[in-house]
Design a protein around this ligand. Structure first.
Ligand code: CTP
Length: 406
């Protein structure tokens, strides 16, 4: 994807061991189509060389305010005026303190101070030892930077270069990339709380076996990510899948359809949108064995099944859905006659919007094609990556919500 196409990012490095991650971040930004201008402090150059950053960014690196390359000798003005955003990664404790004070004794801090605040956002990815991060001075600075209009991207938790464990690591390059992409995304769902069900369910027969299906969860996870990018609060109720949780999304893991039902019902009171992408098992064994069923020579055990509750139909018929406070979107994975089945399913589930797709063509794939069915008919969204489709679907849902409220 080229999610940052046309964006010019000034990547600022201050001194910290996390500078090594800035190299990968720089590559990742370029891969997404951004152009990157690196600016480094003297301390940053102790951790990674400007040569490395130049080679990766394909531009010469700036480090000094006395750099004579700029014809007007005002690198701090030129660099900040060109940028769509300035991202400081890593931002050391010292550099944050400097920004708070409005000091400008090196090119990077000078450039941050000189940036036009109304059109060049400043994003900060702190990186430091956990004691430094927890220190009241740093926390004061963090709050002050936010109050001054900077966007704090948070910190990671875990093992640190110093050998200690705790908060303060710089976020991983892919996390920072996702945050930056989300930062630039239009906030179409601001104020909405989106609940997404995703993945398969697993219906146990005994402690080691069960019935499941081929749903990978990728579409639901992509929708959760797209909704978060669009500014919604997102809760993702996920069946057993090994996918990474999208940034900023609250995930609730479940196993069976009954678990998924309980989790969705518990979350639905706060939700304003429910998107049911999960491939919920229609039936479960009626009498799951407590112990492993053994092969004792008498042949296959006879299993009985009971029908699982329909989560989507239940929520779509709740009082909040009826009053328009909860907008429900269903999915239909069919093997044939998509339009007819999806239209019938929309009526049966009583949802305003149902998204049809061909099951065998989507399960486990990274791309898909969708058919949006509503009261007025159907619109095809042609084959694309699941993330691109998810963003289109989110934009479509946002339009419907906006129409509903006029
Ligand atoms: N769904 C649900 N709970 C269920 C079954 C389905 O919430 N117990 C939701 C799915 O998440 C999806 C929609 O209902 O959004 C349609 O699911 P699908 O399995 O295609 O439909 P079914 O109602 O199971 O119909 P059929 O299996 O006959 O196609």
């Amino acid at each position: 994807m080229n999610d940052l196409a046309g964006k010019h990012i000034v990547l600022g490095l201050s001194g910290g061991i996390a500078c090594y991650k800035a190299a990968e971040l720089c590559r990742a930004l370029l891969k997404e189509g951004a152009t990157v201008q690196v600016v480094m402090t003297e301390a940053a150059a102790q951790f990674i060389t400007p040569v490395t950053m130049q080679a990766l960014s394909q531009r010469s690196v700036y480090g000094s305010q006395w750099d004579a390359r700029a014809p007007n000798n005002m690198a701090h003005i030129n660099l900040s005026r060109e940028a769509d955003a300035i991202l400081i990664a890593p931002a050391s404790a010292d550099f944050m303190a400097k920004l708070v004070q409005g000091r400008a004794d090196d090119l990077l801090s000078l450039m941050c101070l000189a940036r036009p605040m109304d059109r060049v956002p400043l994003l900060i990815a702190p990186a430091m030892n956990r004691e430094m991060w927890d220190h009241p001075a740093t926390q004061r600075n963090r709050a002050q930077l936010q109050a001054d209009g900077a966007h704090l991207l948070g910190v990671g938790v875990g093992e640190q270069a110093c050998g200690e464990t705790g908060d303060g690591r710089m976020l991983e390059p892919q996390e920072l990339l996702q945050d930056l992409i989300a930062f630039f995304s239009p906030k179409r769902l601001a104020g909405q709380h989106v609940l997404v069900s995703a993945g398969p369910t697993f219906e146990a027969m005994d402690p080691v076996r069960g019935i499941t299906n081929l749903s990978s969860g990728k579409m639901g996870f992509a929708i959760a990510r797209a909704a978060q990018e669009a500014g919604a609060t997102v809760t993702l109720v996920a069946g057993p899948v090994a996918l990474a949780t999208p940034r900023g999304v609250q995930r609730v893991n479940v196993v069976s359809a009954l678990d998924m039902m309980a989790a969705c019902v518990a979350q639905a009171d706060q939700a304003t949108v429910f998107i049911a992408t999960a491939a919920v098992a229609d039936w479960r064994p009626d009498n799951a064995a407590d112990q492993k069923i053994k092969k004792d020579g008498t042949g296959m055990p006879q299993l009985g099944f009971v029908e699982n509750p329909d989560i989507l139909a239940t929520l779509a018929q709740s009082p909040r859905a009826a009053s328009g406070e909860l907008f429900c979107v269903g999915f239909a994975a069919e093997s044939h006659d998509l339009l007819a089945h999806a239209t019938a399913k929309r009526a049966r589930k009583k949802v305003p919007l149902l998204v049809g797709n061909i099951g065998p063509a989507t399960f486990g794939q990274d791309d898909n094609a969708l058919l949006l069915v509503d009261a007025n008919g159907a619109i095809e969204i042609p084959r694309n990556s699941k993330l691109a489709l998810a963003r289109l679907l989110v934009a479509d849902i946002a339009r419907r919500l906006a129409q509903q409220s006029v």
